[in-house]
Design a protein around this ligand. Sequence first.
Ligand code: ZN
Ligand code: ZN
Ligand code: ZN
Length: 352
Amino acid sequence: MRRFACPNCSNEVHFRNSECVNCNSRLGYVPAWDQMFFAKPGDTQWHDGATVYKACANRQEIFCNWLVEDGVEDEHCLSCRHTLVIPDLSSPENRDHWASLEEAKRRLFYSIQKFGLGVGDLVNAGDTALRFEFKADTLAPDGKTKRVLTGHEHGLITINVAEADDPTREKYRKAMGEPYRTLIGHFRHEVGHYYWDHLVWNTDKLEPYRAIFGDEREDYGEALKRHYENGAPAGWEATHVSSYACAHSWEDFAESWAHYFHIVDGLETAGWYGLDGHTPDAGLNRTPGGWSDAGPYGAAEFRPLMDAWVPLTVAMNAMNRSIGLGDFYPFVLSDTIFAKLEFIHGLIHDRA
Ligand SMILES: [Zn+2]
Ligand SMILES: [Zn+2]
Ligand SMILES: [Zn+2]
């Protein structure tokens, strides 16, 4: 994630901020420009020379700080309009969970945009666009809980809003032995399935994919059942980025895809703060040196990313231990895992 400066007073502001704490300007993010805009107190619109922007309709509801170009039919920002179903808001808890999910989802959309990956055309080809539904478990008339399963189906990503409840997610994280179980991690994983459909399936990448991730034609239901019964095989760390990645070829791909997003966004953040060995010689509104203008998101070569990432994680782990926290990055990347990440890097960057 890049750094931002308040366009009114130059104070540092963050991606999630809807107001500058220094000058009280209201802030709004325009994804197409990757910039913060400001509105003076009393103004209802955001101006950028000739262009006028309005707040996303979810600004009041859940603190969405993204803007919509005036004249765009939709009242919602790019990220919010891809959410088709929200939980029942008569529960205040659900509203908080929805807000947390959308905040993580805006980070997802930030990355998607930086990679130049599409999200489909909601208006003209809705059934192939990336869509989200956030649902809560419900009680059936017979008293049984109707569970909502987090998952992906043909571009529709369902997330159980309970994942936004920290104690619940932590319980599952421990039970499943997942070092990273986060909202942004869920989003990055689930869209991995969506991009598999678009970038691998039915393309000349399918055979190279199978050589690296295994054959996805293995029965998916049986594979998951086996995984939940027996767990990952011993020694899985040498070949997979997580134990869940061992469940099925598709899950290996989605886990690796999410991991690649973690690395690139982590490197972008590191670059903006001068933590990646490159000189932080640029102002807050410019990409720091060391990478191409597009930063790690636009890096043509895979190896330089990893050459920057690995020492950074060693340093970050040491930092965390210094203050008594668990490891920042509890992973060891083998050559096999490198090959998976490199394949994903190629998929994202070699598109026609
Ligand atoms: Zn300011
Ligand atoms: Zn929004
Ligand atoms: Zn999955």
